[in-house]
Design a protein around this ligand. Structure first.
Ligand code: C5P
Length: 237
């Protein structure tokens, strides 16, 4: 018998999927801050795994060694409640900047194509689902990791626009960047993420697709919050 006639309900989840440079990261953080919800940057986990593999001399194609490493990865996220980028720690070392380089992104995309790696990271990602709620940012949040999420958004934008956003982001951080190179890298990473056999990048059938190519950041945040309010009328944000 269920005491009180109620049913225990898992914490609400908003999934935000899309290709790199779609604005997902920034939008997810701002939406999480507005709602006061937790934030899962799933891409950071793939980036961290690749970084840990490189520093331990594990080959990026050695699927079983990488899956083992994924299970024991010592990572920590601190700060970020205000919508800023959180600091990321790998084995006690601050790797926040290293993590955002194009090389780290390309490495992440290689290890992310391995099925045993994705399986090893699955429970770790689901553990982020805690009250009052979770904003989950990635490629397969709505399709594989949280298929039962009530609110799902897929953010997209043209390749040119996404490369330009990455360029500006890297410049702001004082990192080296070339626009034509970024366009090529964005297109290559897209092809790999969309074309892989396991958890390819695609919008969940029940996701709201938002093309952000000519939208200002504020407008995207409001659009996503509107999706959340429709799914959870009781939520303020
Ligand atoms: O989002 P971010 O650029 O940090 O992700 C880096 C790479 O990690 C992506 O290009 C993708 O290959 C992989 N990834 C993934 N599934 C996720 C998040 C990221 O395959 N949920």
């Amino acid at each position: 018998m269920t005491v009180g006639g109620g049913r225990s309900r898992e914490a609400p989840v908003l999934t935000l999927d899309g290709p790199s440079g779609s604005g997902k990261g920034t939008v997810s953080r701002l939406v999480a801050a507005r709602l006061g919800w937790h934030f899962l940057d799933s891409g950071a986990l793939y980036r961290l795994l690749a970084l840990a593999a490189r520093s331990r001399g594990v080959e990026l194609g050695d699927e079983m060694a990488l899956a083992r490493l994924a299970l024991e990865l010592d990572v920590r996220f601190t700060g970020g409640e205000d919508g800023e980028e959180p600091q990321v720690w790998l084995e006690g070392r601050d790797v926040s900047l290293e993590l955002r380089t194009e090389e780290a992104g390309a490495d992440a995309s290689r290890v992310a194509a391995l099925p045993a790696v994705r399986a090893a990271l699955l429970e770790r990602q689901r553990a982020f689902r805690q009250g009052p709620g979770l904003v989950a940012d990635g490629r397969d949040m709505g399709t594989v990791v949280f298929p039962d999420a009530e609110a799902k958004v897929f953010l997209d934008a043209s390749v040119g626009e996404r490369a330009l956003r990455r360029y500006n982001q890297l410049k702001r951080k004082g990192l080296r960047a070339s626009l034509p190179e970024l366009e090529r890298e964005v297109a290559e990473r897209d092809a790999r993420d969309r074309g892989r056999s396991v958890s390819p990048l695609r919008a969940a059938d029940d996701a709201v697709v938002v093309d952000t190519t000519s939208m200002a950041l504020d407008a995207v945040v409001e659009r996503v919050l509107a999706v959340v309010r429709t799914a959870f009328p009781e939520v303020k944000g």
